[in-house]
Design a binder for this molecule. Sequence first.
Ligand code: Q46
Ligand code: ZN
Ligand code: ZN
Length: 324
Amino acid sequence: MKCRKCGEKAVINMRQHKLALCETHFLDWVPEQTQRFIEKYAMFTPEDKILVAISGGKDSLSLWDILIRLGYQADGLYIGLGIDGGVGYSDESHRLSQKFADERGLHLRVVEVEENYGATIPELAVISNRGRDKPCSVCGLSKRYIMNRAAYDGGYNVLATGHNLDDEAAVLMQNTLHWAGGYLVRQAPVLAATHSGLARKVKPLCRFYEREMAAYAIVRGIEYIYDECPHAVGSTTIYYKEILNQLEEKSPGSKLQFYLSFLQAKEQGLFAPQSVEVELHACDKCGQPTSAPGECSFCRMWEKVRVVKGGRLPVEVLSPMSEV
Ligand code: Q46
Ligand code: ZN
Ligand code: ZN
């Protein structure tokens, strides 16, 4: 297979675009495309201060790399979740994220959940009695909160995440199968800040296939954590990704078309905007915007940790206290 631009040996063949590219041209093509998406969806400009959520995986590190190559002001945010899973997942992802930043002279902000709030995410799942084996719901809630908070405290007006097309198409499929109108309305490459205390959320990689991002990271020599979070194993998202891959295999481009047709349908008004605007209040405790008056769900959840742990008790001791 030869590069369509120069005839050299291609490193990737993208059947959905009928495009094969060599190393040099692929490394040019990815940022060019990203810039197109940034402009098309009016994500941000060089004046914006961007915080990139870094997990240590190929997507987030590639995103950071691309934004810096394009000349944007982008710092990283790493959230230490305290997940081991027998593979030292959090330690290794932190090490690789830090290494990436240090080698390039970039600024990585680090928030260690245990140090800041008193428990790791798996401990929090046990203490709050929300998903003992699957800490994903407390994890998601905590990550969203910490990202908003870090963006606000650091004066960033844009929060960028490395979601790729496979992620977006899988979520879209899940939401469509459930006709989850509220989620469908909010699924977009850009979510405007709905409150002065919140940053705009953007997904500049949402039109790249996962394999394109993996190829980018490898060709660019980015060292990333290969393992997924151990708690992602067996998730419904992975199941939907497999189904979509089967579809893609039979009909190249179907994943991209599924997602783009959805965005187009939204633009054409297929989904009516929600009539009831959620009113946001400041949390009594932390001041972050929240939909319910009083304390936000993050503060309420971590309050249980404070009550239960007081001192630093190992989590085994705490297991019977699920009704706290
Ligand atoms: S939510 Fe669940 Fe992820 Fe948190 S516990 Fe791991 S898999 S990291 S995207
Ligand atoms: Zn070429
Ligand atoms: Zn709060």
